[in-house]
Design a protein. Structure first.
Length: 428
């Protein structure tokens, strides 16, 4: 699929976004091992989250989908059953990494893999702690999917991941659900906290003591009625778009505003962006609210250290913003970008080159000088949803038509993205 973008005079309107991917994954997985039927409203429409539902079904858990409402008939901690074939996580690193924690505790062997892109993504980061807990795991070349998991009676451990990763934390905590003791994860750099918030909503006992996060094993999890806030990562494309296109005002309703995710807003506000928070409320421990962004040229800035870990998914579109900012953008400590759906440092640089934008890359980041203008060109998603969407946004501020090849990659997280973008064009 090719998506053609023409320059926009301004962007205006109210939008609502699909349910947060991170929260949707976690709700579905925990609901599968809770007791009773959990109702999840505004479940993500992205293909990744529906890969999670497919895996849950294959593990013997009834799942019903009606629009964006999902019903999961949980069978308790010991209710999963052996799948009849390999589990298919599709393009979803979240699915394979997080669900493996539950699979490691099952009294059966499971194979879980995915598409060509997922099959190139390393999995040692979850295999190591699960082996320490007693499971047997093997993978292609020792680290790539598919992963074969021979479940076992797991033992509780305290684990400190070598790098900040919400997926690794979740994998270990999900495995810890099934132990008889207390399983802990040491987080020197805090990652998004959706897992611990969701586990508490279902009835798990979670403790936090400084950097140490602990879960008490064998809780009695109870089904819940839940609402998934709009995806703040998806909102990033519109927050950037408003600041690229002059005279733009966009209101984004019902967005998740977890304190562990709002570093995006902190960073944008620090560059001089004008963002107003309204109608803030709580749902199942998650903060939700409305964002109003009024466009202006921003200063740009540096993303490094803990901020890099917090913004890792948003960096491609922030790079686009940086090119047209006053001072540019510098990204450091981002080697993780090299092993996402694509090598995102390389794919950002390739598309920037096509659009006439200067960029200096490094092994773990890049620098984009400010004050640049995008040239209309043919760019490519390279099969990566965030790259495709970031450069569709860039096309709004280009000097001519931009063509995004393989634009269908957006369906992984945001099938409605292009339609939502078009509805914001000011007809005046």
């Amino acid at each position: 699929m090719e998506y053609r973008v023409t320059p926009a005079a301004s962007l205006r309107g109210h939008i609502r976004l699909p349910g947060d991917k991170s929260i949707s994954h976690r709700y579905a997985m925990i609901a599968a091992v809770a007791e009773g039927t959990t109702r999840i409203q505004n479940y993500s429409s992205g293909a990744d989250c529906h890969s999670t539902l497919g895996c849950v079904r294959a593990l013997g858990i009834p799942v019903t989908v009606e629009g964006t409402t999902v019903m999961v008939e949980g069978k308790g901690l010991d209710g999963l059953s052996a799948p009849t074939a390999a589990l298919d996580a599709g393009n979803s690193g979240s699915t394979i990494r997080m669900l493996s924690g539950m699979l490691a505790a099952q009294p059966f062997e499971t194979v879980i893999g995915g598409d060509e892109s997922l099959s190139r993504r390393p999995m040692e980061r979850i295999m190591k702690p699960l082996r320490e807990m007693g499971a047997e795991l093997s993978a292609r070349d020792g680290k790539y999917p598919p992963i074969t998991i021979k479940g076992a009676k797991l033992r509780a451990i305290q684990y400190e991941p070598p790098m900040a990763s919400a997926q690794v934390k979740t994998c270990v905590l999900f495995a810890g659900l099934h132990t008889e003791g207390v399983t802990s994860v040491v987080e020197r750099v805090q990652t998004r906290d959706h897992t611990e918030v969701a586990l508490q909503a279902f009835g798990a006992e979670i403790e936090k003591n400084g950097p140490v996060l602990s879960i008490h094993g064998r809780p009695q999890l109870k089904a819940q009625n839940l609402y998934v806030p709009g995806d703040l990562s998806s909102a990033s494309f519109f927050l950037v778009a408003a600041n690229l296109v002059p005279h733009s005002t966009i209101i984004i309703e019902g967005v998740g505003l977890s304190p562990s995710r709002t570093k995006l807003l902190d960073w944008l506000l620090g560059t001089g962006a004008e963002i107003r928070l309204m109608d803030v409320a709580q749902t199942a421990g998650e903060t939700i609210g409305t964002l109003k962004v009024t466009g202006r040229q921003v200063r740009g800035g540096v993303i490094e250290g803990a901020m890099t870990a917090a913004l890792i998914d948003e960096i491609p579109v922030l790079a686009v913003l940086g090119a047209m900012s006053r001072d540019g953008i510098t990204v450091k400590d981002a080697a993780e970008l090299r092993v996402k759906e694509t090598d995102r440092i390389a794919t950002v640089a390739e598309n920037f080159g096509r659009m006439g934008i200067k960029i200096q890359t490094a092994a773990d980041g890049f620098h984009v000088p400010g004050g640049q203008r995008f040239r209309g060109a043919t760019v490519d998603s390279f099969g990566d949803h965030r790259i495709g969407m970031a450069f569709a946004v860039a096309g709004l501020a280009a000097d001519g038509e931009t063509r995004v090849e393989n634009a269908q990659a957006a369906s992984v997280s945001f099938p409605e993205f292009y339609a939502t973008l078009e509805q914001l064009r000011d007809p005046a």
